[in-house]
Design a protein around this ligand. Structure first.
Ligand code: C5P
Length: 400
């Protein structure tokens, strides 16, 4: 029951391999998943919605403008319900629609409306798969983190031989959800992410280059490992993680207040935000006029959120971050002690290809008895590795 508690939304498009999808539904259910099915109009030429309804135990959706279906479970609700959107088989036409963000039927609309990860099992004639347009679409979709399973090589329904066969239902069922042991099941995790914004006057503020990507990836990773996650986020321009309660704030003081209100019920706290260390002493109520050649502002220290959490009487397990440009290990270890943390993840931000505002990162994680290096990788992958490491340390800490 590897997929117990997971909701998989299966989208079926119009390829001959659609005839295998009732079997795919059964295999997903056998692994413990709850499955709902959406079919395109052409998929219905290859597989019967009635058969899919019978095997999935849920009504099959096929129409964006069906008032009865919308009343039962509207398309936005369906998009939010999914932990994973799987499109199998996916035709060349559907890949093209997804690449361009069309929303002219229920399935393509769901692809835009969901925050769940999307996995595609393509199935088409080998020449269509190898066509430059399809290969370009593949590259764009992969860049957007759409996962591809297959296609497999072999003999095709049309008699051609080459790449384009849909993977077998068992293989798709085995691979659709990444191996995510529920190490944090039942745990409450509170995470800060992004920059903070400190007002100078009604129109100006100071902030920093944090994109929020690492904190958001950690929130998603914790959720995928089974935790109930609350994210306290500064102003960012990235989509909210799926199934994570996100609380938006602006200043360090607001972040501090929101964290303190929520931390009592948390088992784990992760301070990933790039909190401004200082804020202007006085936020003027009127816009500062330019008059003198020089302008002097006085700043005062913001509260240290992470340290305050770690110094609570009954603190959660705490993980902090240390972004350093030199002496990374030394500074990280002193921060671990000074802030009374359980773990600290240090990244060297002197290399501008990783860390702040980039897709990739590399970390060295320290705890009182050890350390581990996590090599350069996409932040979503690194986040899973870090959360798995944290889950192990958390468990050992509890048993101490
Ligand atoms: O002391 P420094 O700012 O380098 O520590 C970084 C760590 O402390 C990060 O985990 C960051 O989220 C947290 N922090 C905080 N509140 C502050 C400053 C930093 O929670 N005011």
């Amino acid at each position: 029951m590897q997929y117990k508690g997971k909701n998989i939304l299966l989208g079926i498009t119009g390829g001959i391999a659609a005839y295998k999808t009732p079997d795919l539904v059964r295999k997903l259910i056998a692994k413990g998943a709850e499955v709902r099915v959406v079919v395109t109009d052409s998929a219905k030429e290859f597989v019967s919605p009635l058969a899919l309804q019978a095997v999935s135990g849920n009504p099959v959706s096929d129409n964006l403008l069906d008032k009865d279906a919308e009343a039962a479970m509207g398309h936005i609700e369906l998009a939010k319900w999914a932990d994973q959107l799987l499109i199998a088989p996916a035709t060349a036409n559907f890949m093209a629609k997804l690449t361009y963000g069309l929303a002219d039927d229920l399935l393509s609309t769901l692809c835009l409306a969901t925050a769940a990860p999307i996995t595609i099992a393509p199935a088409m004639n080998q020449q269509m798969w190898l066509a430059p347009a399809t290969q370009d679409n593949l590259a764009v979709l992969q860049k957007r983190n759409v996962r591809f399973l297959g296609p497999a090589q072999g003999e095709q329904a049309c008699g051609d031989v080459g790449p384009g066969r849909m993977l077998e239902p068992q293989d798709i069922a085995d691979l659709v959800l990444p191996d995510l042991p529920q190490l944090l099941f039942g745990r409450k995790v509170l995470i800060t992410a992004g920059p903070t914004r400190e007002d100078i006057d009604p129109v100006r503020y100071i902030t920093n280059h944090s994109s929020g990507k690492m904190g958001y990836a950690l929130a998603q990773a914790a959720q995928q490992l089974g935790a109930e996650v609350t994210l306290v986020s500064g102003p960012v321009n990235i989509p909210k993680p799926n199934k994570v309660k996100t609380l938006n704030i602006s200043s360090a003081e607001q972040m501090h207040e929101t964290v303190m209100q929520n931390v009592m019920h948390s088992d784990i706290f992760i301070g990933c935000a790039a909190v401004a260390d200082y804020k202007p002493l006085n936020r003027t109520s009127q816009k500062i006029k330019k008059s003198d050649q020089e302008l002097t502002l006085t700043f005062i220290k913001n509260p240290d959120i992470l340290s305050d959490v770690a110094h609570l009487d009954n603190p959660p397990f705490t993980l902090g971050f240390a972004a350093e440009t030199q002496n990374v290990k030394e500074y990280a270890l002193s921060k671990l002690q000074r802030k009374k943390l359980n773990m600290i993840a240090a990244n060297d931000v002197s290399d501008d290809k990783i860390g702040f505002n980039s897709e990739q990162n590399a970390l060295t994680v320290f705890w009182p008895e050890g350390e581990q290096k996590l090599e350069i990788a996409d932040k979503s992958i690194l986040a899973i590795q870090l959360m798995k490491l944290l889950a192990l340390r958390y468990k050992e800490n509890k048993n101490d």
